[in-house]
Design a protein around this ligand. Structure first.
Ligand SMILES: [Fe+2]
Length: 479
C-alpha cells in the first residue's frame, strides 16, 4: 500500500491568504459592517494584524525558520514523504525532492494518489484547506466575525493542477523511521496540468513510460467550502441562504470538465490532452465509479469506461461569496451571469458513463428535479465477463423527503433505475466516497493499533466531557 505524509509549513499556510493588495481593497461596506456589528473600531484592526503577520513571514528567511525549529522543537518544514507498507512490518518512507534536490511543497492538499505499473502519482489538489478553515470560528457565538474572517482569508483554489511522478523502480529501499534509520530521498518529476482537480484515476498499464490519467476538473468550485448561515444569495434580493441547507456543499461557478491525459512519465511531459464537458451532465462532476477488479482479482490494464456523478446546479446553493471568489476564473467556459441564470432554472444531478477511448458521454441519466444522486459505486455482475460495463451502479439518492439507494444497469443508465430501495428508518446525511465488497467476513489481519492507544492522549486534552464520553462509550468498545 502506498500513502503519503505531508506537511505545509506555517509560512506556506499563511501564503494561502489573499495578497495584501487585495486586502487593502476590501470594500468599504465590510469595514463598516464589521465596525457596526463586531464592536471592533473597524475591520482595519484585523487587516493590520494580518498585514503584520505577512510582513513578518515575508522577511524571515530559511535560516530563521531553522532557528525557530531548533528552539521550539516544532518542525516548520514543508515536506512530503511517500510511504510504503507491506501490511505487516514497519512503514517505509522516502522524502520526495524535485530534480534540483529541493523538497516538494504542497500548496493546497493531497486528496488522492494514483498508481500504475511503474509510477506513483501525487497531485496538489483543489480541495483546498487554508488558514480560514483552521480559524474560521474563533468565537462561536460571533457569526459576523466568522464571516469577516472568511472574506479576509479565503482565496480561490489554484486553477492549475501540479502533479508529481515517482518511479517505482527508484523505490528500492526506503527509511524505516521506527528503526532509527537515516532519511532516504527520491526524486519526483513535476508537471502542471491546466485546470484544477480533486479526483483522478490512472490506467494501470503505462506502455513505453506513457501513463494515462483521467481527471475530473471541478472548475470554479471549492468543494471544501460549505453553506454558512451568513451566506447570501447572489441574486437581486440578497437574502440569507435557507437554514435547511446550512453546511451543505455550495454549487460550482462553472461547468466541470473531464480530461484524459497521456504523459511521458520519464520526461514529465504532456503527450496528449482531451477534454469533454456537456450540459446537463457535467455540472458539478466529482465522484467516480469503475470496474476496479477483474474476475481474476487483478486490476484492469486500462479504464475504458468511467462512471461519474454530478451534483447539478442549484439556485439554492449559489452564494454571493462564491460568485465573487470565481468571478475572474482563469478557465471560464460559461460566463458567470449565464451560470447564475442556469442555476435559477436548475440543472439536474446526473449519473453518466464516459467511454475513455472516444472521450464521449455514451450514456447518461438525469435525476428528477429536487433529487441528488451521489456516491456512485460499481458492482460487477456475479457472472461478469470482466467487461467494464458488465455490472450495476448503486448510488445514494437524496429525495426531497428521504434518502434512498438506487440501482442502475451499467449498460443502460438512460433507462433509469432498475431498483429503488428505501425504508422508513433509512435516513442518512450527504455522502461522498463508497466501496463495495463481494462478501463481508471477519478481519483476519494480525496487525492492529488499538484506537484507544492512538487517540487517548488527544482525548485527554479535551475539556468537553461529552467528547471524552463519546470515545469511551461509543468508540472504544467497538473498535
Ligand atoms: Fe474525495
Amino acid at each position: 500500500m502506498f500513502t503519503v505524509n505531508y506537511s505545509r509549513s506555517l509560512e506556506n499556510f499563511l501564503k494561502t491568504i489573499p495578497f495584501i493588495d487585495e486586502l487593502q481593497e476590501l470594500p468599504q461596506e465590510i469595514e463598516e459592517f464589521a465596525g457596526a456589528i463586531i464592536g471592533f473600531s473597524s475591520a482595519e484592526l484585523i487587516r493590520d494584524i494580518i498585514n503584520s503577520f505577512y510582513r513578518f513571514f515575508d522577511q524571515v528567511n530559511d535560516q530563521v525558520f531553522q532557528i525557530l525549529e531548533t528552539i521550539s522543537g516544532i518542525n516548520l518544514e514543508n515536506f512530503v514523504y511517500l510511504i510504503r507498507w507491506d501490511g505487516h512490518n514497519d512503514l517505509e518512507r522516502w522524502k520526495l525532492v524535485l530534480p534540483d534536490g529541493t523538497p516538494i511543497k504542497i500548496k493546497q492538499t493531497i486528496h488522492q494518489i494514483g498508481i500504475s505499473r511503474d509510477y506513483v502519482v501525487l497531485m496538489d489538489t483543489a480541495f483546498i484547506t487554508g488558514i480560514e478553515q483552521i480559524i474560521n470560528n474563533p468565537i462561536p457565538e460571533n457569526k459576523e466575525l466568522e464571516q469577516l474572517l472568511r472574506e479576509l482569508l479565503e482565496k480561490a483554489p489554484n486553477p492549475d493542477s501540479a502533479i508529481y511522478i515517482v518511479r517505482r523502480q527508484d523505490l528500492t529501499r526506503g527509511q524505516y523511521l521506527a528503526l532509527g534509520e537515516e532519511e532516504v530521498k527520491v526524486v519526483a518529476q513535476q508537471l502542471t496540468i491546466p485546470i484544477e482537480a480533486a479526483h483522478f484515476l490512472m490506467d494501470y498499464e503505462n506502455p513505453n513510460g506513457e501513463m494515462t490519467l483521467h481527471i475530473a476538473h471541478i472548475c470554479a468550485w471549492n468543494v471544501a467550502e460549505w453553506m454558512h448561515p451568513y451566506d447570501v444569495s447572489p441574486y437581486q434580493d440578497c437574502s440569507f441562504v435557507s437554514q435547511r441547507i446550512h453546511a451543505m456543499e455550495s454549487s460550482e461557478m462553472d461547468i466541470s470538465r473531464l480530461g484524459r491525459y497521456v504523459i511521458d512519465a520519464e520526461q514529465g511531459e504532456l503527450v496528449k490532452s482531451q477534454l469533454v464537458s456537456e450540459t446537463p451532465s457535467t455540472w458539478g462532476t466529482g465522484l467516480y465509479a469503475f470496474l476496479d477488479r477483474l474476475p481474476s482479482g487483478k486490476p484492469p490494464s486500462r479504464l475504458d469506461n468511467i462512471y461519474w456523478a454530478s451534483l447539478g446546479l442549484w439556485e439554492e446553493l449559489m452564494t454571493e461569496f462564491g460568485r465573487e471568489l470565481f468571478e475572474d476564473y482563469k478557465y471560464r467556459a460559461i460566463p458567470i451571469d449565464e451560470v447564475l441564470e442556469l442555476a435559477k432554472k436548475g440543472i439536474p444531478s446526473s449519473l453518466f458513463r464516459v467511454d475513455t477511448n472516444k472521450m464521449v458521454l455514451e450514456d447518461s441519466y438525469q435525476f428528477p428535479t429536487g433529487y441528488i444522486g451521489s456516491s456512485p459505486q460499481f458492482i460487477p455482475k456475479q457472472d461478469s465477463d470482466g467487461n467494464s460495463t458488465d455490472g450495476y451502479l448503486i448510488c445514494t439518492v437524496f429525495t426531497p423527503e428521504n434518502s434512498e439507494f438506487w440501482l442502475f444497469d451499467g449498460k443502460k443508465l438512460s433507462q433509469g433505475p432498475v431498483c429503488q430501495l428505501s425504508h422508513p428508518s433509512l435516513n442518512f446525511g450527504f455522502s461522498l466516497h463508497t466501496t463495495w465488497l463481494p462478501a463481508i467476513g471477519h478481519r483476519q489481519a494480525k496487525y492492529n493499533i488499538p484506537v484507544s492507544l492512538d487517540y487517548q492522549a488527544v482525548v485527554n486534552q479535551q475539556s468537553d466531557s461529552m467528547i471524552r464520553e463519546l470515545f469511551e462509550k461509543e468508540i472504544y468498545p467497538h473498535f
